[in-house]
Design a binder for this molecule. Sequence first.
Ligand code: S3P
Length: 429
Amino acid sequence: MPGDKSISHRAFLFGGLASGTTRVTGLLEGEDVLATGRAMIAMGALIRKEGQTFVVDGVGNGCLLEPEEPLDFGNAGTGARLTMGLVGAYHFGSTFVGDASLSKRPMGRVLDPLREMGVQVVARSKDRLPLSIHGPKATAPIEYRVPMASAQVKSAVLFAGLNTPGVTTVIEPVMTRDHTEKMLEGFGANIEVETKPDGSRHIHLQGQGELRGLSDFQVPGDPSSAAFPIVAGLVVPGSDVTIENVLMNPTRIGLIETLREMGGSIEILDARTEGGEDVADLRIRHSELTSVEVTAERAPSMIDEYPVLAVAAAFAKGRTVMRGLDELRVKESDRLSAVAAGLAANNVRHEEGADWLVVEGDPEGRGYGGGSVVTHLDHRIAMSFLVLGLASGKPVTIDDGRMIATSFPEFEDLMKGLGGMIEPIREEA
Ligand code: S3P
């Protein structure tokens, strides 16, 4: 598996910020992560590749330089939002730009807490890219309760807290992926996490401390990318696939739990700890799947996996109900409506609600396929519907596969290596 995207972004951000050298292995070389790397270089970090290792020489906490050009994050919401938090606490200006998808996505969720800390924002259209921010002489530490389940918002406030005097506190009512907290601790920040009896997490970060580079930082394989060969293995008859080195952090494995509840044969092999994270190999065999109800509580641990879960549900017996999907509307595309439209185009029975989806499965899937899917510059819509095509009676076409390179550049070769047939269609101009 290619490296985890969330951890790879943070490896460039923390490595570029810490004093000294960080050596990163297993980094995802997807377009999104490379954009974050370029942003850190534009602000003074040095990044070079030695063999398979990325060597990052950081500037030291508090020592970023003003970028001379706009920072271009392409398709990457994580890179843009985390970097906004990071530079928001600097007394200089920076401009953020991105592609058509990123320019539609809401940035207010990050800008609102930054404004509370004293950051100025100038945007042509309300809280959307392109926009410029300028930090005050000294940002004010805040206590911020994250209003939606979002690791990006939590992380942006913590990144801003790094160059803020005093203690910045983030309260998350519902736990989201905890890579920022874990890596802050690993890079030597003074951070404390308290879990209250009601399950909320209070994260306290002492600002303006030292961050120190790490001589050996390993990025585990991405469970959100593994999701595609996992579902393909479950739904394509005769499959028996082993996937090595998958991150098994509890905040990221909601899909694996759900698929096992559906009767999916996913064996966890050689469960181990590497670089402070749970990692395992997974053996997946074709399985008869049965529908389940996926409650809203599970959403944070599988937020990026609903499009491919909808594909698994299409081959499960019965009605799979997925609730609590409001955040899907503000991802690289409106994923709820993109999934519904793709299912409709390929004869999969379903119903879409404001924040829910029901998929009525057919284990044979003979009538599926034949449709063309509009991907809206969304890599996970593209890969999910290619997986649908692997087990459908008729082939499935997607309108654009280029975005797959943002998170999983090896996808096509890897799926072909497993026996999948994926062919480019060149339309005449
Ligand atoms: C991410 C958090 C999630 C996820 C995204 C990566 C991160 O977004 O969808 O792909 O690395 O922090 P939200 O935190 O906004 O849900």
